[in-house]
Each structure stands twice: as C-alpha cells, then as structure tokens.
Design a binder for this molecule. Structure first.
Ligand SMILES: Nc1nc2c(ncn2[C@@H]2O[C@H](COP(=O)(O)OP(=O)(O)O)[C@@H](O)[C@H]2O)c(=O)[nH]1
Ligand SMILES: [Mg+2]
Length: 261
C-alpha cells in the first residue's frame, strides 16, 4: 500500500474529528479553526458537549461544527457517545483546548492508510513544549505511564494522551469498546488497542504539545487517583461499566435539526 496515495489530491475518505467539550468558549473556536480542511473528501467536526454553561456550543455552531449534547458527565462518557454517532470512516480525537497539533492530522491519516494501520496514539511527552505540562502533571503522567507499562507490558510512552487516529470499524468489535466514563478512558483506549489490534496495527507517534487555552477541568489529585485505581482494577478484571455504550435517543443533535445552542 505504501506510496499509493498522492500527496496533493484529497484523500477519498470521510473523516470525523471529535472534540469533547465542557465550558471551552475560550478555545473551541481556535481549535476548530486549526483543523486543516480540503485534504479529504468529507469532514465532520463533531462537538460532544457536556451541557456547557458558557458559549461553547454557540461558537462551535457558528464555525460549522455538528453539536451533539451528551448530558451525562465525563470525558469518557463523551467519547463513548461520539464513537457511536460519528459519520466518518476515520476518527480523530483531540481536546478542544488548543493543546494538540491539529496541523499534523492529514499526515497521521495518510500514515494510517499508507501503512495499513488501525490505530495511532500521539505521544506528547517526547516533544512537549515549555509550559504545556506542569511539574506535578508531568510527574503524575510519568507515574501513570510507568504503572501502565508495568501492569500491561504494552510499551506505550504517553498513557494519558487524548489524540488518537483510527478506523471507525475497530469499534465494531465489542472488545474494542472502552468502558470507562471518566478520564481513565484515555489509557483504556491504548490498552485495548494494543491488546485487541496488536502492536503492529496500533502504534504510538510523537507529536508537539502546547500550553492550554482556557481553564482545565481536570482535578489533579482526584483524576490521578481514579486513573491509577482503574489500571489496577482493569488488570484484574474488576473494572465496571456504569452506563451503556452509545448515545441517548433523545439527545439533541444539530445534525437532526435540533436546537443545540
Ligand atoms: N462532554 C464533556 N467533555 C468534557 C468533560 N470533561 C472534560 N471535557 C473535555 O474533554 C477535554 C479534556 O479535558 P481537559 O480539561 O483538557 O483535561 P486534560 O487535558 O487532561 O487536562 C476538553 O476538551 C474538555 O472540555 C465532560 O464531563 N463532558
Ligand atoms: Mg486538555
């Protein structure tokens, strides 16, 4: 397959870029603007919003994004809905806070196609820019990544990265569907990908990482602890799913013509 795709023609594929949002009015517009256009046949920008109380949804709609409201709380919950409703055959995920390098998206998708991969996770630690991760978060990340490597032996450097590129079809396999509704979904994605898809099809690539725009929702100690507990519980098969896979039938979605402002 390598080298069969032209660098100039748009890729003949449909893509969904998923951005979970909770009160990201300062950054959501900039994040959407930073996503390159014109490099693939169809592109959907899907905002899965946790009932923001600021102008997040309004800004996203103005920028032409699809807005789906997921009232159930949690970063993981947003993705477990988004993976179910995304229209594109290829999925890209990012935070809506300008930290991830949207400009590398076309290259990552091309790599996925050229090398016949199923899943790419982006490692932020190797190329992290100054100020992008505080000392405490850097340390916490190291502890979690180290623990995940020890418990799962899966060889991923950055277990907490929220930027992934994958074929939507991997979610057809119920074993590939993440179960956690919170921040631990991020490491669960990588654990499942390496386990179910294998190390040849699920790889890690280093990308730049930048300082956040807007306030973080993350609770350093609380989320760190939940992440660590998740790793141990999952290892011994004690992780529980609290809500079912997929979206709520009555959730508002701008694609259906609902008012999501
Ligand atoms: N829909 C939804 N999005 C959330 C929720 N919590 C966080 N997010 C979004 O998920 C992304 C990651 O959160 P962030 O605060 O950047 O976490 P960090 O990168 O780990 O510090 C951001 O775009 C948030 O707006 C939630 O409960 N629901
Ligand atoms: Mg973030």
């Amino acid at each position: 397959m390598r080298g069969t795709l032209s660098m100039t023609d748009p890729l003949p594929i449909s893509v969904t870029v998923i951005l979970p949002t909770y009160n990201e009015e300062a950054a959501v517009g900039l994040t959407i603007d930073s996503i390159p256009t014109g490099w693939c046949d169809e592109m959907e920008i899907l905002i899965v919003d946790g009932n923001s109380t600021d102008k997040t949804r309004e800004i996203a709609l103005e920028k032409g994004a699809r807005v789906h409201i997921e009232p159930r709380k949690g970063y993981g919950r947003a993705y477990r809905t988004a993976f179910d409703i995304a229209k594109g055959d290829y999925i890209i995920t990012m935070d809506a806070d300008c930290t991830y390098p949207a400009e590398v998206v076309p290259d990552l998708v091309r790599k996925l196609l050229d090398e016949d991969l199923d899943f790419i996770t982006c490692d932020r630690l190797t190329k992290a820019e100054d100020g992008s991760m505080s000392g405490l978060h850097g340390f916490g990340n190291w502890v979690l990544s180290f623990t995940a490597r020890m418990l799962y032996w899966y060889g991923i450097k950055d277990s907490q990265s929220g930027m992934w590129v994958f074929r939507k079809s991997i979610m057809d396999n119920p074993k590939m569907r993440p179960t956690n509704d919170g921040m631990p979904l991020s490491q669960e994605m990588k654990i499942l990908a390496r386990k179910v898809l294998g190390k040849k099809k699920a790889i890690e690539i280093a990308v730049p990482y930048r300082e956040r725009v807007g306030e973080a929702v993350i609770h350093t100690w609380g989320d760190g602890w939940k992440n660590l507990r998740f790793l141990y519980f999952k290892r011994i098969g004690l992780n529980r799913t609290r809500t079912p896979w997929g979206h709520l039938e009555d959730s508002k979605d701008s694609m259906k013509g609902d008012d999501t402002k």
